[in-house]
Design a protein around this ligand. Structure first.
Ligand SMILES: Cc1cc2nc3c(=O)[nH]c(=O)nc-3n(C[C@H](O)[C@H](O)[C@H](O)COP(=O)(O)OP(=O)(O)OC[C@H]3O[C@@H](n4cnc5c(N)ncnc54)[C@H](O)[C@@H]3O)c2cc1C
Length: 444
């Protein structure tokens, strides 16, 4: 039996990053990544396979990123914690000094009649499955997307680019409502509709009908929507079967329980990424938000702790992400107003809008709107949202940094920013500074 210093189960965002970071520190010589699928897809790029990229091959995570780390394609079926070995479906038994579980998440499949019909697809991170989804999509087809979160909205936008007749069906009052304030949701819904996507909100699909193949999706208000293809995009659940069978505790929201060092109840086993329980930066309570950026960050923390025990702590999840729908982007960091209010915060907001270059006639200038949320009790920033063009993504990252450092409204209002006509808003209108200035007025 062979033994490695570090064995990593899972070869996607979290698994790759922990292998790369641990290897870079040069103390762990023998590292093995075990992954089920022969090819790993870039998870965040999945919606773009169908339109913008046009093929699965353009959305693969290159194994060369692993350098000289060993990669095995196999499924880990059990962990013997006493013997410090794992077993695989291929009949291998492998010894480990340290084990990292990066087994990710799987799509939620609703229990509804017809979900098993042909041409009903969930968003599995599996190249062969996604190739079947891609092959089934053709211009002119009626596509129903169940779930108006950012994954559903991205799929809707991409399918309409292929010339499909797309309807997005969302249970809540608005698409993206779990991620953004209403005004940002409305902006994205408008953009989807302008692009030709039909948006049905406040509507639950209760069954899917067809003879062998999907023909209709039926909503709770009785409407039967013609469907050649259905995409289920209603969320993910942590993939923790292996951990559960090994007796590792599972948390309230279904992830593997870890401490601030990403260590499970077994000191030789760590868990990172979508399979690990997430705890809110703001409250310390479990949170359901699962993102590739969080997975990569947890992986870096885990790698540091593997090499220098307890050198890096995870102080909790601040969700930060952005998406672009029909040419308009939204970015979000931290809590939304409703999320903050639910957690008991008394929130003060500030808003500002300006073009993201200056003067506004500079090529490529786009309006960028920013909304910031502060805690009235101490002035600390709790969240931010922005909406505009490509600068939105990095603006969301900037807001996440303000949140992570617990900046107060007065400090954000006097933030040092660099500006340039071709690259940023004017120093007179710089959006996050202006939004904080506006919030200070509301605080007095
Ligand atoms: C369509 C889509 C778009 C997204 N867009 C974004 C985005 O824009 N930004 C963002 O931050 N996040 C995005 N996400 C979320 C992001 O993809 C996940 O948070 C991320 O993939 C989590 O990475 P992970 O490595 O923890 O898990 P996963 O990506 O789920 O990978 C799990 C890995 O474990 C392997 N595995 C599981 N069990 C076993 C086993 N028993 N043996 C061997 N191998 C096993 C799998 O083969 C896989 O390699 C998106 C997700 C989807 C589905």
């Amino acid at each position: 039996m062979k033994t490695w210093d570090l064995v990593i189960v899972g070869g996607s965002a979290a698994g790759f990053q922990v292998a790369i970071s641990a290897k870079a520190q040069k103390r762990m010589k023998k590292i093995l990544v075990i992954r089920k699928e022969p090819k790993a897809v870039v998870p965040c790029g999945i919606p773009y396979i169908v339109g913008t990229l046009g093929s699965i091959e353009k959305n693969l995570l290159p194994d060369t990123l692993l350098g000289d780390t060993d990669l095995m394609i196999d499924e880990v079926t059990s962990i013997d914690r006493k013997a410090k070995t794992i077993s695989t479906a291929g009949g291998e038994t492998i010894g480990y000094e340290k084990l990292v579980l990066a087994t990710g998440s799987v799509p939620v499949i609703p229990k509804m009649p017809g979900v098993e019909l042909d041409n009903v697809f969930a968003v599995w991170k599996d190249a062969d499955y996604l190739a079947r989804l891609h092959n089934a999509l053709e211009g002119g087809k009626n596509v129903i997307i169940i779930g108006g979160g950012f994954i559903g909205a991205e799929f809707a936008d991409e399918c309409q680019k292929m010339g499909c007749n797309v309807t997005i069906v969302e249970l809540l009052e608005h698409c993206l409502l779990l991620n953004c304030s209403e005004e940002f949701c409305l902006k994205i819904e408008d953009k989807l509709q302008e692009a030709g996507v039909r948006v049905r909100t406040g509507c639950r699909i209760q069954s899917i009908e067809g003879k062998g193949k999907v023909e209709y999706a039926v909503c709770d208000q009785g409407e039967r929507m013609k469907a050649d293809l259905v995409i289920l995009a209603i969320g993910v659940t942590p993939n923790v079967d292996l951990a559960r069978r090994a007796g590792l505790p599972i948390g309230e929201l279904g992830g593997i329980v870890v401490d601030q060092y990403m260590i499970t109840s077994d000191p030789d086993i760590l868990a990172i990424g979508d399979c690990a329980e997430k705890y809110s930066f703001f409250t310390g309570k479990p949170t359901a938000l699962r993102l590739a950026s969080t997975a990569a960050r947890e992986a870096r923390i885990a790698a540091a702790n593997l090499v220098r025990p307890r050198s890096q702590r995870n102080l909790g999840t601040i969700g930060v992400f952005a998406t672009m729908i029909a040419g308009t982007a939204v970015g979000v960091a931290g809590l939304t107003e409703s999320g903050a209010t639910q957690q008991g915060f008394d929130v003060v907001t500030g808003e500002a809008a300006a073009v993201d270059k200056h003067p506004g006639g500079m090529p490529g200038a786009t309006d960028l709107r920013v909304k910031l949320l502060f805690d009235r009790s101490n002035g600390e920033i709790l969240g931010g949202q922005c909406c505009g063009g490509v600068s939105t993504g990095e603006m969301a990252n900037c807001m996440a940094t303000l949140i992570a450092t617990k900046m107060t409204v007065n400090r954000v209002a006097t933030l040092r920013v660099g500006t340039h006509p071709a690259l940023t808003a004017s120093p007179l209108t710089y959006q996050i500074v202006k939004a904080a200035e506006e919030a200070t007025l509301r605080l007095t």
